[in-house]
Design a protein. Structure first.
Length: 227
């Protein structure tokens, strides 16, 4: 493996830019060998200039019988995510913190709210776990288009358009990200299978809290928008 490591490191761009999620190219090479990273994590290896280099690295990994990392792919956008965020044990969905743009404060724990996340076309229904002023912690119970008096959720409060402030859940497959990393993830059960972006602010075991949520997708540390 030492020989494979050296050969891969010789072929990497050597910019030590951190765009792959690792501080240096040697750390990225090690992650490739250990199956913790994908070639596509390096934005330079995805460019035309380094196309042949990327193929050489791929062949080196195949000869060493190192399986390529398979990333989950968004249904709507076709973009790769770092992981699928699963619910906490025993809970029906990932926890979300949402902030109604109306500043609604008359919502109580246990109530059902209807809202639409800013940037998402889907109407959500959620059970309120905690109401702290204008910030609501919720479980999603259905992205269902319902109107008052019909269906399962007859008694709900419409809080309108909301910022999604945070997600909290479990990384069941793949590397648990470090605090401070910008990650691309798909919330389990997302109706559109949309890749979200955010910054990890807490990581305990495989439980993570992700804030600064954006439905646009950004490449790790580059600050370059993908979609």
């Amino acid at each position: 493996m030492d020989d494979v490591f050296r050969e891969i490191l010789e072929r990497l761009p050597g910019f030590n830019c951190g765009a792959c999620g690792h501080d240096r190219c040697d750390e990225f090479a090690e992650a490739l060998i250990e199956g913790r990273a994908a070639i596509e994590d390096c934005p330079y290896l995805k460019s035309e200039r380094f196309k042949d280099v990327a193929e050489e690295i791929r062949e080196l990994l195949e000869k060493a019988e190192i399986e390529a990392v398979e990333r989950p792919v968004g249904i709507i956008d076709g973009l790769e995510a770092d992981f699928v965020l699963s619910p906490l044990p025993g809970e029906p969905s990932c926890r979300e913190d949402i902030h109604p743009l109306t500043g609604t404060t008359n919502v109580e724990e246990g109530e059902i709210v209807r809202y639409r996340p800013l940037g998402c076309p889907i109407t959500h229904f959620a059970e309120v776990l905690k109401a702290d002023g204008g910030l609501l912690t919720v479980h999603i119970v259905g992205p269902l288009h319902r109107i008052e008096g019909e269906g399962e959720y007859e008694d709900f409060k419409d809080v309108g358009l909301c910022f999604v402030v945070a997600f909290e859940g479990i990384v069941e497959e793949g590397r648990v990200p470090d605090v401070g990393e910008t990650v691309r993830f798909i919330p389990e059960g997302c109706m559109m299978g949309k890749v979200h972006t955010g910054v990890v602010v807490e990581a305990v075991g495989n439980k993570v809290r992700i804030e600064y949520i954006d439905l646009k997708v950004w490449e790790h540390a580059t600050g370059r928008k993908v979609a």
